[in-house]
Design a protein around this ligand. Structure first.
Ligand SMILES: [Zn+2]
Length: 163
């Protein structure tokens, strides 16, 4: 499959949240806005960090529990301006509008946010550098190709099926 069918949606997330979403087991992204899109999204680490890195890392560390290691503090802010992984968006709750009916099986959800619930991941061995975007944005074709080149054939078909 070529051309438009190889496009990938992307979401820019500031570090260390992008790392937590890609590698830390964070299965909920808290957003002030919602989307009707369901399917795979490239998790892109923004160029800038969150304002309070230490506090964010503390939050992540508490939720990761024993899986958090000392080197994760450094790792969680290292990648910037890069796609780290693909994650499959399965559901978004209407929390701020209708009240949250999510099964609260994740400690990652924060009150008053739309909970973007991810259910599957494809990790990239080599992060792909590209500029970020606002909202859900399409990866430039070269970046999308560099991401897809790292996946096996089955994964490629899965991630572009919803495109
Ligand atoms: Zn919710």
């Amino acid at each position: 499959m070529m051309g438009a069918s190889r496009q990938l949606w992307a979401l820019t997330v500031r570090q260390p949240w992008a790392w937590a979403l890609a590698w830390g087991g964070k299965n909920i992204e808290n957003r002030s806005w919602t989307t009707s899109y369901r399917g795979w999204i490239a998790i892109h680490a923004g160029k800038t960090l969150v304002d309070d890195v230490g506090r964010a890392q503390q939050f992540i560390q508490e939720r990761m529990g024993w899986r958090w290691r000392p080197h994760h503090a450094r790792q969680s802010v290292r990648a910037r301006g890069q796609v780290l992984a693909l994650a499959r968006l399965d559901a978004v709750c209407a929390g701020p509008v209708e009240g949250c009916a999510c099964p609260m099986d994740s400690a990652w959800a924060t009150v008053g946010a739309f909970h973007w619930r991810f259910g599957a991941w494809q990790h990239l061995r080599r992060p792909v550098a590209t500029a970020g975007g606002l909202g859900l944005w399409n990866l430039p074709q070269a970046a999308a190709d560099a991401v897809l080149a790292q996946l096996d054939e089955h994964a490629v078909h899965a991630v572009i099926a919803h495109g």
